[in-house]
Design a protein. Structure first.
Length: 407
């Protein structure tokens, strides 16, 4: 009996060892790969060289001052580019612009008595360089550019273009992504606001890819007359605000002006070299702490909603921007989101805070002849590209963007 038990134990041991050996020779189990984040794939379609090329394309029209042939040529070029990307649903806003009486100045009122208070209610600190607009053509050393920028603005008809990505589930709602394409100062307006215009155009290119769908519509708008006091954006608001969410024709499923869920403006995206030095000079290199600034206006009717929207953009920067962080501030001012801010949550994205930093001279190219393509390094352009990554990531999340299967 004992011998039988021993034989049975031996057989069981040998069988167990054989099973263990066979198991050990099998390939180890590996977890199934996670599907790629479709938004990350879309963000990856933004490329530095393409962004630079779009900015460069805009500079061929000089400063693109409103009311000139070069402004109209730039508008035609922008519309043609949008259509070439597949954003073929383009339309134009038309309005009449008559400049204010000479000496009336740009809207915004007199500067505050306290010099530490900057535009939008911001608090100025540190060393400063006075802001201003160059109106002297002889400060532009490039003769060809000077000649290009010479024809003056003429009052009258103005136009601006937008194109729309139609949402598949909620075509009656949309986010507006904007930048302004006009400039001043006798330069090329490469940064102000070629950088923001190029960003909006690049986002239109990515979202217009045939394999991209969104539940909610996105409108890509390029404003005119920003430099005269936000007149192009104001014209859009005045003409379109009462049309929001109306189906036209009735029963068609078409919404010429979807309900505004938010407006995000992009204005001067590339230059963050820090505070002016005590001697009034600026660093030639981008500061190590360079960041993207997202601002809302704390006094607007939608301040709380805009603040929450701003933080969604900040979180999108954390997830999708490759190089630069984003910071949120409450003093949005002096840009085309202002006419929208009491009608929908509105944000402005910039290279620096508009009031506290740009208002203190942090960008010496602002409205100056030095605002030309060759002024900026790849690091400067990369800051603009990262702002594009941030906005694309946030808008893709907000609109539930998807990629077609197998793409």
């Amino acid at each position: 009996m004992q011998k039988h038990i021993a034989r049975q134990f031996s057989r069981s041991l040998i069988l167990g060892l054989g099973v263990s050996l066979a198991w050990s020779q099998q390939a180890p189990m590996t977890p199934a790969p996670k599907p790629a984040d479709p938004i990350a794939v879309m963000v990856g379609r933004l490329q530095l060289d393409r962004y630079k090329a779009t900015v460069k394309g805009l500079t061929q029209f000089g400063d693109r001052r409103q009311g000139t042939d070069r402004n109209r040529a730039a508008l035609d070029w922008i519309e043609a580019q949008l259509k070439s990307y597949g954003c073929t649903n383009t339309e134009r806003i038309k309005y009449d612009y008559q400049p204010a009486v000479r000496g009336g100045g740009r809207p915004g009122g007199r500067p505050p008595a306290d010099p530490s208070v900057g535009p939008g209610g911001s608090h100025r600190r540190g060393y400063a360089i006075p802001e201003g607009v160059n109106e002297d053509p002889m400060k532009q050393p490039d003769v060809k550019l000077r000649e290009l920028d010479t024809p003056p603005s003429v009052p009258g008809l103005r136009e601006e273009v937008y194109c729309t990505k139609i949402g598949t589930t909620h075509p009656d709602q949309m986010y507006i992504v904007g930048g302004h394409f006009d400039g001043i100062g006798w330069g090329e307006a490469a940064n102000d606001d070629g950088s923001g215009t190029a960003l909006v155009m690049e986002l239109a290119r990515v979202f217009s890819s045939p394999d991209v769908t969104t539940d909610i519509s996105i409108r890509f708008a390029l404003w005119n007359n920003e430099e005269t006091g936000l007149d192009g954006a104001r014209a859009y608001v005045n003409q379109r605000k009462d049309l929001q969410g109306i189906e036209s024709p009735a029963g068609s499923g078409k919404y010429p002006e979807p309900k505004w869920l938010g407006m995000i403006q992009h204005d001067m995206m590339m230059f963050d070299h820090g505070m002016p030095l005590p001697d009034g000079t600026m660093s030639k290199k981008q500061r190590p702490e360079a960041d993207i600034n997202i601002e809302y206006q704390v006094t607007s009717k939608f301040a709380d909603d805009a603040m929450r929207l701003a933080h969604k953009f900040q979180l999108a920067d954390d997830k999708y921007a490759t190089d630069y962080p984003a910071n949120v501030g409450p003093h949005m001012t002096n840009t085309d989101s202002t006419p929208f801010m009491d009608l929908t949550p509105s944000l402005s994205m910039r290279e620096a805070e508009r009031g506290a930093q740009l208002g203190n001279g942090w960008d010496p190219q602002h409205h100056q002849p030095t605002d030309v393509f060759t002024t900026y390094s790849d690091d400067d352009f990369r800051l603009g590209l990262n702002a594009a990554q941030t906005t694309l990531g946030a808008i893709a999340q907000l609109t539930s963007a998807k990629l077609s299967a197998g793409k």
